[in-house]
Design a protein around this ligand. Sequence first.
Ligand code: F6R
Length: 359
Amino acid sequence: EKGGYPFYMLKEIDEQPAVMRRLVQTYFDENGQPQLDKDLLAKLNEADRLYILAAGTSYHAGLVAQPIFEKLAQIPTEVHLASEFGYNTPMLSEKPFFLFLSQSGETADSRQVLVKVNEWGYPSLTITNSQGSTLSREADYTLLLNAGPEIAVASTKAYTSQIALQAILAQALGQKRGVAAAESLPLKGQLGTIANTMQSIVDEKQEMDDLAKKHLATTRNAFYIGRGYDYAVSLEAALKLKEISYVQAEGFAGAELKHGTISLIEDGVPVLAIITDERVASHTRGNIQEVRARGAQVITIAMESVAEADDDIVFPDVEPLLSPLVSVVSTQLIAYYTSLNRGYDVDKPRNLAKAVTVE
Ligand code: F6R
């Protein structure tokens, strides 16, 4: 069933290019136009604000999608941890629309918000990998990830497919609203390119194994830094590493280093920098110098247009807004190999369940 793989997580990482291609087949017509439920788009078009609700990795997929919705569809977008939204509900706009992101469709923290949203009578969409799940049944609309079963506790292909499907939704809405950025972005072609780029990374997984062996074999902690689009990825990268390898990992915005976190940097600490966003790449390079000067072991994951000669992982350019789809794959593999090399059960980390059905 694992198709020759030692763990489901590695199989699911490797499946990501195919999952991207399946999403393209499912949600675009032959003219390259996104094809989504017309009622859903009409309802979304009436909204003045999008509220994305999720937990864990799905929350991180929402963080990546926030600028995509704002740029491609020009809809103000907020991303919330479902649990916190439940206790500390923000002031809502006049015409809110709620998007629930949930691989399993069973997450209790997300469901408690959907129950309220239904009481309030606001429209909702669930993006899920699980047809017929609770969140799917209870929301007005559902879009399926069609990613195939995700069995490893650590989510990988659900994260990337959630980002891609949200981008498709943002483009469809933007086109309906006549947003130039949505009309000019060849999203279908870009997702095809991204599938190929993901493939080139999974084909070179030995590199990530080597980096994990060199820098993460025995460390007790590690840091991920990024700015702009790379910040959201650094949060997900850190979660992946901590949940399966038990390395205490933190992801933070590069600029925050000087506001406190840099005091944690000492000799030998691994700092993984993600650099794809050209607006801020030079500032992240500055952070790298600062932490190196304090003895950190730096690993860099960079997109070609902002790469430097000694970067550890360099991947070809893709649309910057969508670069998290690619940069995250290296970090998934680094987490995987760190856990594997430490001899852990990668698919079943201690204390965790695949679907969290309690609040
Ligand atoms: C981490 C992970 C969890 C889930 C979270 C939400 O790898 O898998 O953080 O993302 O429990 O689950 P879903 O998406 O099923 O609502």
